[in-house]
Design a protein around this ligand. Sequence first.
Ligand SMILES: [Zn+2]
Length: 633
Amino acid sequence: MRRRTLFLALVLTVSLRVHVGAQAPVTYRISFPEPEHRFAQVEVTFAEVGSAPLEVRMSRSSPGRYALHEFARNVFDVQASDGNGKPLAIDRPDAHQWTVPRHDGTVRMRYRVHGDQVDGTFLAVDATHAHLNMPATLMWARGHEDRPARITFERPAGRNWIVATQLHPTDDPFTYTAANLQYLMDSPVEFSNLTLKTFTVRIPGGAATSASLEANEARIRLALHHNGTDREAQELATDIAKLAREAGAIFGEFPSFDVGHYTVLADYLPYAAGDGMEHRNSTVVSASGALSNAVQRESMLGTIAHEFFHSWNVERIRPRSLEPFNFDQANISGELWLAEGVTSYYQNLLMRRTGLTSLEDTVAEFAHTIDVVTRSPGRSLRSPVDMSRLAPFVDAARWSDRTNWDNLYISYYTWGAALGLGLDLSLRELTRGRVTLDDYMRVLWRAHGRPPARAEGLVAAPYTLRDARLLLGEISGDQAFADQFFDRFIEGREVVDYAALLERAGLVLRKRNPGRAWLGDVRLSFSGASTRIAEPVPVGSPLYRAGLDRDDEILALDGEAISSSSQLEAVLQRHRPGDEVAVIFARRDGRVKGSVTLEEDPRIEIVPAERTGRPLTAAERTFRDAWLTSRHN
Ligand SMILES: [Zn+2]
């Protein structure tokens, strides 16, 4: 009994020594000895780690991405040594871990990691740059997540690359620090011959609501890697400033960026994948297009608007379900309709309010969103909250089996954007324009986003679904309205009456092709004489009711062989909704003779009233302007 106590006391002393005082930082050295061969060489040193086996891990997930990416896949040539350079044995207890059972308190891991994917999730190394997402690149040690990190980038010989990142700078332009693993993993790096534009954005009307003057200002840096001109970079910076100012006006202040500035890491390269990934003080945006192409440029700006809005909504106004981020698992959240979907709604609003997109494009986006949500079969199965929780299966997830997502799922981006629109218009209607979604975002910000974090990379007051519900009651002054909206549209599966709400803004929601016969939104592949159904048939559509599904071959429709979309179109043209048309098709159980009952094309469009042959009323103009024009003029 006594001996046992003594033993415990000893253990306590040892563990106290490990925890008292500043912990030795984890130091990383990253080099690119042959960048053209697309790998990084990483050396990481864990010092003063005691004597227990050291569990070194690669992350399975990355903040802001919800599927598992199993970053250990790309790691190779792993070696461990101790403080004296003596090689150490490594155990492999699972696919993501390298355990070093015996060492002298210092463990140095050396490994290489392949990366050839320019986006917001993975690692890319080539002759033009190193583009690093940290979970795809860095090993870390279990139990040492709270230690600071120090990271040095070695510039490849003969290259004039510079580093752009939200990591904290030091006197050495190639060495940066992070307070802990959460912040380190949240800090992507672009290391290239990039173009850097720095500018300050101010919100004119913000002073009244802000505690400090600085909150009305944001320092923003554009770190651009592209094949275009400096003038394009400058013009992009100008438009980012417009978007940032418009976003700031919604909240009345900018977040207090941990490093004093916000960085847009933009890679617009023919070999980049289209992506946008938010972080606390930066974003990675990538696209294969070029700024010289106006259509591509508009889409790039939309992505930047989205990601910058995230510096409030999700990075600081953060669901409790995502806090802190777990690098060993897929992270699920029932609030992505708000974190992502409402951000998508604001992406459209910001683009419209700054005049960077047209009214036509804005309402076309709204129409698409409403159309998808209203008509998707998945709505009969799951609410926006349920859909949010499916993110690990759909957010850049890859599977090898054939799935039926078109029928089972609605993106929380799309449904959330529709909810943002529906809630904004409902609030404006309820309060006669006194309260809007902007006000709701502001109260979310004040209650959950603004309180300072206890540690870098963490959020002090993350919200729950219930918090979001109660704050809606508070800002609308009508808890019954808030409860009903959450019960019916967010935790339920009903759809807001968009037509009536849009009418207030002089926007007419109507059928796109009234009176036109329709078979269902079915993807057909035409090859020679055969017409095959290429994807699952939407549940409830005319073809579904007729018993057709994926892989079935349509041999004849209305007595005719169909071998092109124009032939199919001709058949539909000569019929009316309600007509019953003969169909012969080959299914796995043989040849089937049946019939399909055509319906009216249900797809909708939104048209400004003034384009429908009647003038816009003064009240409609006022409503529309208060909603869709700049907030700071
Ligand atoms: Zn997003």
